[in-house]
Structure formats: structure tokens, C-alpha cells
Design a protein around this ligand. Structure first.
Ligand code: DAH
Length: 320
């Protein structure tokens, strides 16, 4: 940058010249000052220009065409930045795919709902203790981050009611994230995933429901399974069942080792009525169960908290 140095010397000379203004006759001082100033500005702007060039030369240019990490293998420089799908989402995709193969539509659940959808439309009596059983969080506006995917039943029934008018069944699954205000331990999380199923037609039976559920679990665990049910209680189904599978040998189970996988039952006539469906004419069944638990059994995991932990060692085990 010799040029800058030369210009700086020139600038000094101009400044020195400016100091001689007193030697200039008064009437010529204005003209003298203007000329000196012009010279000075010309030098200064040249210096600024060269300075900027110097700065540019020092900064590494940005290569906007560089690798963006979407389709290409990761360069060695950034191995730790590689993201991947969360194992629960990969498994949820499998779950959905199995139901889709059986002809179910998919509707996503929501992250915030109201008292009507979470409880009233599901036949929970007003001020009934069963409402407390769900340990719901609430916002200041009294909205509820849903504690189960059943919160979508009324919407799904209303949305698909037209199927019945066209002589078809309603067959929908609803995956979603749910929230419960409970103490967290190895088997309880405040945030987890569920998948709901809703089926309505003129002549469906509990036998159809058990067939669908068996088919689902056998596809998901890729083997024949022993299933069992026991009576349960949910205000939105009558009768209600708890659905269990025998833990397969291949997954470390012993004979008689039954695990509860979901709640289910025949949709209560009041729930159909509240969605504008005539329970004298149509019947339905519904079920809902945790995805986390399903995945834990498949991979032999024993701590549900790993899913929400963001622990990279855990996550990488699923993405080798
Ligand atoms: N919503 C229930 C729960 O989270 C599970 C459930 C039970 C869903 C019975 C259903 C059902 O659709 O019919 O505990």
C-alpha cells in the first residue's frame, strides 16, 4: 500500500501549504482556501477508496455456492453438525404407513385445544373427577395443550361425516404430541406422542376393531402376537377395553408377560350425537395409545426421558 503512504505525505504537504494562508493577500484568501480544500478532499477520497480495497483483500470471500448439507455427504470439517430425523418421527411414519395400508386417512392433532374438544365433546361429565385424571396443563386463557389425541375425535367425526352419507365408512388415524402435568420418571414424560384411531360405519363391531389392532401390532413388530383385553373405563367409549400384547420372546419377553398398549372401545352414542351422527344408525370404535411406549418395546429402551433429552449419543444410535 505504497500508494496510500504517498498520498498521506501529499496530504501533509497540502496541510502545510494551508498553514501559509496568512501570507496570502486577504482578497485572495477565499480562493486559496477553496483550492486547498479541493486538493485535500481529492486526496482523502483516494485514500478511502484504496483503504476499502485493502479491506476487501483481507476478508475471505464468501462462497455462496458452498455445500449446504442437504443432499451431500458431510465434509470432514463439520461432522458434528449433521442432523437427522428424531427416532420417534421415523417410527411414527412407520405407524402411519401401516394404517394407511389398511385404508385409513391421517389427520394431524394440534398443540393447543379447548375444554370442549378435550372433555365436553368426549362425554366427560361436567366437574367429573375423570377430567383431573388427565393432569392437564392450562394456559392463562384456560386453553389446554391436549393430554390425549382423543381431543380430535369430534373434529374428525364432523369432517368425515360426509363419508357416511356416501355409503362409506369413516376411517381416520390422528397422530399427535400430547402433554401431561405429571412427575417425570423413567416411564412418565410430560410430553409424548399418541396415535388415535376412529372408525364409524353402519355395521362395524368390536371384532373388527380387535382385528385391526392385531393387524397393526403384528405389522409393527413384524411377527405374530398374542393379544388380550381387559375391561377399562373411558367416558367416550362404551364398553371400554384395555388392549394388551404379550411381550414377544424376540424382544425379551416371557410367557404371560402382557403389556398394556392402548385404550379402546365402542364410541359412546353421546360422542356420535355431539358430532351430528345418529347413533341409532351408525356405530363406531376408537382407540388411542402412546407411540413412545411402542418404540421403547421395539428397541428395548427402558427410559422414556431419552426421547426428549436431546442426548446426541442416544439419537445417533438410531442413525448409523
Ligand atoms: N385417550 C385415552 C388416553 O389417553 C386413550 C383412549 C382410550 C383413546 C379409548 C380412545 C379410546 O380413542 O376409545 O388415555
Amino acid at each position: 500500500m505504497q500508494e496510500i503512504e504517498r498520498l498521506k505525505t501529499e496530504l501533509k504537504a497540502v496541510n502545510a501549504e494551508a498553514g501559509k494562508i496568512r501570507e496570502v493577500p486577504v482578497e485572495k484568501r477565499a480562493e486559496f482556501g477553496r483550492k486547498i480544500n479541493e486538493k485535500k478532499q481529492a486526496i482523502l477520497s483516494k485514500i478511502a477508496e484504496l483503504d476499502a480495497e485493502a479491506l476487501d483483500a483481507e476478508v475471505e470471500p464468501l462462497d455462496v455456492t458452498a455445500w449446504s448439507g442437504v443432499n451431500e455427504p458431510m465434509p470432514e470439517l463439520y461432522p458434528t453438525l449433521q442432523g437427522s430425523k428424531h427416532p420417534l418421527m421415523t417410527e411414527l411414519d412407520r405407524v402411519i404407513e401401516i394404517y394407511q395400508m389398511m385404508g385409513f386417512d391421517v389427520v394431524e392433532s394440534r398443540q393447543l385445544d379447548d375444554e370442549y374438544h378435550m372433555f365436553d365433546s368426549l362425554n366427560f361429565p361436567k366437574d367429573h373427577p375423570a377430567r383431573d385424571g388427565y393432569d392437564t396443563f392450562r394456559t392463562e386463557e384456560n386453553l389446554i395443550p391436549p393430554a390425549h389425541t382423543s381431543t380430535m375425535q369430534n373434529r374428525v367425526l364432523k369432517k368425515y361425516k360426509k363419508n357416511l352419507d356416501e355409503g362409506k365408512a369413516i376411517a381416520v388415524v390422528v397422530p399427535g404430541r400430547v402433554y401431561r402435568n405429571e412427575d417425570v420418571d423413567a416411564t412418565h414424560e410430560h410430553t409424548f406422542y399418541q396415535c388415535e384411531g376412529v372408525y364409524v360405519s353402519k355395521d362395524c363391531t368390536m371384532g373388527d376393531m380387535l382385528g385391526i389392532l392385531r393387524e397393526f401390532f403384528e405389522k409393527y413388530y413384524e411377527q405374530k402376537l398374542n393379544i388380550r383385553t381387559q375391561p377399562g373405563y373411558f367416558p367416550f367409549t362404551e364398553p371400554s377395553l384395555e388392549f394388551m400384547i404379550e411381550k414377544p420372546k424376540s424382544l425379551g419377553g416371557k410367557k404371560g408377560d402382557f403389556l398394556e398398549m392402548l385404550g379402546c372401545g365402542m364410541i359412546h352414542p353421546n360422542v356420535l350425537k355431539m358430532a351430528g351422527i345418529n347413533p341409532e344408525e351408525y356405530h363406531g370404535f376408537a382407540w388411542g395409545g402412546g407411540i413412545d411406549r411402542l418404540v421403547m418395546l421395539r428397541y428395548g429402551l427402558n427410559d422414556v426421558r431419552m426421547f426428549e433429552s436431546g442426548n446426541l449419543n442416544f439419537l445417533r444410535e438410531f442413525n448409523v
